[in-house]
Design a protein around this ligand. Structure first.
Ligand code: NDP
Length: 603
């Protein structure tokens, strides 16, 4: 136990909190990890149909472009923008996108209340290039979708885009040194380069709850919101639910944003909770025009870097964003700057970070007591884990929604829903009869890359990407893969994880733009990582994973820690353990050497 003085000073016992965190984690660990979720194929396939647009017919294509980008979300938009910057013509960039427009996750996620949970001034890409300033500090989904279209328009990416199109096959044609890509529209097109920007959260998942297939009421996943059924729009106003009993399964970042709207719209709302989210203050506000006009060129990049430095635990002389994400770090810097603490060791800083985290989470738990009237409900809504074990949430109406008489929290004490019948949900041995079931159960993260992408890739000599990665990812910088020349992968695996995901995409796009421009300069037809360089990076990833393992092992399971599963494969399939800041510096330094170290360029 911590001694009495420490407890008196802090107002809580850190050892007791740690023990509670571990006990709550243990309740939730399960053997089936990622296998607990069902694949959305067969009878579940309709859950991922596009509810937003009608299918537009078009003739199959057979032409060649310099680049094909798979995915029209922020990754594809940034890659397109940076390739344009590297001198590639718009007519030489083809984006293939499953949705009916650009926007990626913001195309699909239109649920009521959907909004950016990172400050818009650092989350929205290419703000200076497009000259756009978000209306609010935490911008809402329709504005983000609009901004995606703005980027696509400005960089000419609509010109060759294949929307409502899915890749079905991709293979390397060594004789012609190009990729052949086939789609579900009958296209057979070729490209010198392919950029895979399939998105980290592109494949919605359903929980494998017994009886899920038998439910006969209405149901949908939050990423395909059915406004025909609910009425209203992304701003709320779900007028068709007044006589409906609604159940929502899941209490992650998505549910936190849509529950307040369901609460005001539905006759009865049952919120089925396995693990509560951490809900901190949002305090959104309109953008101050004076502040906006005071910004100097380069502000966007500078602000993104400042945020990322702080949330990665690094030092920055000031905190520009100053919100809930950077709060712990502010605490820590304050402690470190106190007299006598000037020369703290790394271990001491880790210990202080843990205490700062407990303090933060104590305040998050105290906020639940302040806002939720019923004590039992309040107790169940308190999160018992460190703040960054799961995506922290920020909302000013979610907790208060549970004070409404028509809203019922069904806390399952870490077990989840027991069963689903034709008309009801069973949890804690009770049966809840409902009209509509909404799955706020998130997206596949830890499953095979090719399963999430929806296609396999055949590289040199017919080698399959799924085979190459059968024992874990293999890459240089998470981007280049041996035997897969002229292919670039965008994403967090073996790259730098950051809460501000578009920042990573920005860095990777710049990197890809650089490699393509350099290859052009050297008149190379193929660029491919050597087997040795790939192996060296894989080893770096495995070695560095140790730095984060302790933290994640003590967390409640979720997609941040591969559902609590830790083996060599998990360590290999993770992000760079030194953090995103270090990763960004490392790839920048790699570019600055100008030697394309580890890549082989051939004419
Ligand atoms: P999550 O994966 O975060 O949440 C899924 C929820 O479903 C969890 O609460 C999970 O519980 C619950 N669940 C799963 N299976 C069961 C079961 N059998 N019984 C009961 N509950 C179950 O998905 P979200 O869609 O909420 O969020 C995904 C990500 O999307 C976020 O982490 C964030 O990165 C992103 N996002 C970003 C936003 C932004 O503004 N930028 C806004 C919204 C989302 P448990 O925790 O126990 O696993």
């Amino acid at each position: 136990m911590a001694d009495g003085t420490v407890q008196d000073e802090l107002g809580f016992d850190p050892d007791a909190i740690k023990a509670k965190y571990l006990a709550e984690r243990d309740k939730r660990l399960r053997r089936d990890c990622n296998e607990q979720y069902v694949n959305m194929t067969g009878q579940f396939a309709h859950y991922i149909d596009d509810p937003y647009v009608e299918r537009v017919e078009r003739a199959p294509l057979t032409d060649h472009t310099k680049t094909i980008i798979v995915g029209g979300g922020f990754g594809g938009l940034l890659a397109g923008g940076r390739l344009r910057g590297a001198g590639i013509k718009a007519s030489d960039i083809r984006v293939i996108e499953k949705g009916g427009d650009f926007g990626g996750t913001w195309y699909w996620n239109r649920y009521p209340g959907a909004a950016c949970d990172i400050e818009a001034y650092i989350y929205l890409p290419l703000l200076e290039e497009t000259g756009y300033m978000p209306v609010e500090r935490y911008t809402r989904a329709p504005e983000i979708l609009e901004h995606s279209r703005r980027i696509a328009t400005q960089f000419g990416l609509y010109e060759k885009a294949c929307l409502q199109t899915e890749v079905t096959d991709m293979h390397w044609d060594a004789a012609h040194s190009h990729w052949v890509v086939e789609t579900n529209r009958g296209d057979r097109i070729t490209a010198d380069y392919v950029v895979m920007s399939n998105g980290p959260l592109n494949r919605p998942k359903l929980p494998g709850i017994p009886g899920i297939e038998s439910f006969k009421g209405h149901s949908f996943h939050t990423s395909r919101w059915d406004y025909d059924y609910t009425g209203g729009n992304a701003q709320g106003g779900l007028s068709k639910l007044k006589d409906k009993r609604i159940a929502i399964i899941g209490t992650g970042a998505t549910a936190v944003q849509c529950v307040p709207h369901l609460a005001t719209g539905a006759k009865e709302l049952f919120v089925f909770q396995r693990t509560p989210s951490s809900i901190d203050v949002r305090e959104n506000h309109l953008t101050d025009p004076d502040w906006a006009s005071s910004l100097k060129p380069g502000w966007h990049r500078h602000r993104m870097e400042n945020f990322n430095t702080l949330v990665s635990g690094g030092y920055a002389p000031e905190d520009l964003v100053m919100d809930g994400w950077t709060h712990i770090i502010r605490n820590l810097l304050f402690i470190a700057s106190q007299k006598g603490n000037e020369a703290l060791t790394k271990d001491k800083l880790i210990e202080l970070a843990e205490i700062a985290d407990y303090q933060k989470m104590e305040s998050v738990r105290a906020r639940v007591d302040e806002l939720v009237e019923d004590d039992v409900t309040a107790a169940a809504l308190k999160p018992w884990y460190r703040q960054f074990c799961k995506r922290p949430c920020f909302h000013d109406e979610y907790l208060g929604a549970f004070n409404r008489p028509n809203v019922h929290l069904v806390d399952t004490n870490g077990r989840g829903v027991d069963a689903i019948t034709e008309t009801a949900i069973i949890a804690n041995g009770e049966t809840y009869e409902i009209d509509c079931l909404i799955y706020a159960t998130g997206f596949e993260v830890g499953t095979e890359y090719t399963r999430r992408a929806g296609y396999d890739v055949k590289g040199r000599d017919g080698k399959l990407l799924s085979e190459h990665w059968a024992d874990g990812y293999r890459s240089l910088h998470g981007i280049h893969v041996h035997n897969f020349p002229n292919m670039f992968v965008m994403g967090t695996v073996q790259a730098g994880f950051t809460a501000n995901y578009p920042h990573l995409l920005e860095e990777q796009s710049e990197h890809i733009g650089y490699v393509v421009a350099e290859a052009d300069k050297q008149q190379a037809r193929t660029v491919e990582v050597s087997s040795e360089a790939e192996q060296a990076w894989v080893q770096t990833i495995i070695d560095k994973a140790v730095l984060r393992q302790d933290f994640f092992e003590q967390c409640t399971p979720g997609y941040y820690n591969n559902e609590g599963q830790f083996d060599l494969r998990t360590r290999q399939n993770t992000s760079y353990g030194g953090g995103s800041n270090e990763y960004f510096s490392l790839i920048k330094a790699w570019r600055e050497t100008g030697t394309m170290d580890g890549l082989q360029l051939k004419p």
